[in-house]
Design a protein around this ligand. Structure first.
Ligand SMILES: [Zn+2]
Length: 357
């Protein structure tokens, strides 16, 4: 498993506010040689350091990406080629080759932004969701390991020349972006269920994200109606990934979208909520002093007819009657919230449509 440390064997990993800030610092301290187009790595490390939070995000993104063996080999190749990484706070990802006929280059990556992805469905632009920052990192790593970007300046210029307007791949801008976009789609988006990027757009909306591996994928039918969404969220406290899938097509018996949730560790291994073993009086619990979490645990660990006993006791108790009413209210609130979220998704999709007209 490659970590940020492996990038230090041949390159540097540092934090900077922006690409500009990085360049200014490096130039001022003569850590870059304009003639040889090489960095003085120890000098770069002496004027700039890597923030521990940035390193944590980078390592997490690398771990997530390397779950796919094909992506893992891209990551590995980048460390062997001596690619440098600058963790920035503004803008999105960027890759630049350094010297002609050399494989080393520099990646600027912001672990705290998540690009929104739009795609045409049934003649209108719909919001496919937002990709993880880790996905953007792999996009840059594809550039960084692209042998066509390690040739002569003339060859690199030809390779990054815009497609002709009649080229079938024109929506991908140039052959370099075609490769990075389609490979990242294959190695990350399809592998993990993230939104698939359909093209290269100059102005991408960037949303702030707490974790480099959070994403959201919206699903549409052929008419462009939202039929489902998948949200991945990392919990840095529990160190778990929660994936929530909302299915707007299949409603439960109350008429609400079906929601399925899985909790895994960072490697995708299921984390099972282990109910605490404790004695619980299912036949006649003390409803007046029972906490919500005790009840939840009891329900999770109930066996056989224990839930039936619990239900009967609950229905008869005074507290149970009150809770039924409260439950109904919470349920209504939940339904309203779900509908609101769905409306917001649709509103964003239509805003995007207006913007691109
Ligand atoms: Zn690119």
């Amino acid at each position: 498993m490659v970590t940020s440390k492996d990038f230090l064997k041949k390159g540097f990993v540092v934090s900077a506010n922006s690409k500009n800030d990085f360049s200014t610092e490096v130039m001022r301290n003569h850590a870059y040689n304009n003639q040889t187009r090489e960095f003085n790595i120890s000098k770069v490390h002496s004027v700039l350091s890597a923030k521990s939070e940035d390193i944590r995000q980078l390592d997490q993104a690398l771990q997530y990406l390397q779950q796919n063996p094909e992506a893992a080999s891209v990551v590995k190749e980048a460390t062997v080629k001596g690619v440098h990484i600058v963790l920035i706070k503004s803008n999105e990802g960027e890759y630049g080759p350094l010297r002609s006929n050399n494989p080393d280059g520099i990646i600027f990556w912001n672990p705290n932004i998540s690009p929104e992805i739009y795609a045409p469905v049934n003649g209108k632009d719909v919001l496919l969701g937002r990709q993880s920052a880790a996905n953007v990192l792999l996009h840059e790593l594809i550039h960084a390991t692209d042998s066509n970007l390690a040739k002569s300046d003339i060859e690199i210029n030809a390779y990054t020349q815009k497609y002709r307007i009649d080229d079938p791949n024109v929506k991908y801008l140039n052959p370099s972006e075609y490769k990075a976009i389609t490979q990242a789609n294959k190695l990350v988006s399809n592998f993990h269920g993230e939104p698939v990027r359909p093209d290269y757009r100059p102005n991408i909306n960037l949303l702030p994200t707490a974790s480099a591996i959070d994403f959201q994928t919206n699903q549409y039918d052929k008419q462009g109606n939202l039929i489902g969404k998948l949200v991945q969220q990392y919990d840095s406290f529990a160190q778990t990934i929660t994936r929530t899938h909302t299915d707007y097509e299949h409603l439960d018996r109350y008429g609400n979208p079906t929601v399925k949730q899985t909790v895994t560790d960072i490697n995708g291994k299921p984390v099972k909520a282990v109910p605490e073993k404790h004695s619980f009086n299912y036949e006649n619990p003390d409803w007046n002093s029972l906490t919500g979490s005790d009840l939840y645990k009891a329900v999770l660990s109930a066996e056989g007819n224990q839930l039936d006993m619990l239900g009967k006791s609950f229905a008869q108790s005074e507290e149970g009657q009150k809770m039924t009413q409260l439950g109904d209210r919470l349920w209504e609130d939940f339904k309203e919230q779900q509908e609101l979220e769905r409306q917001q998704e649709l509103a964003r999709s239509s805003r995007a449509m207006v913007r691109t007209l």
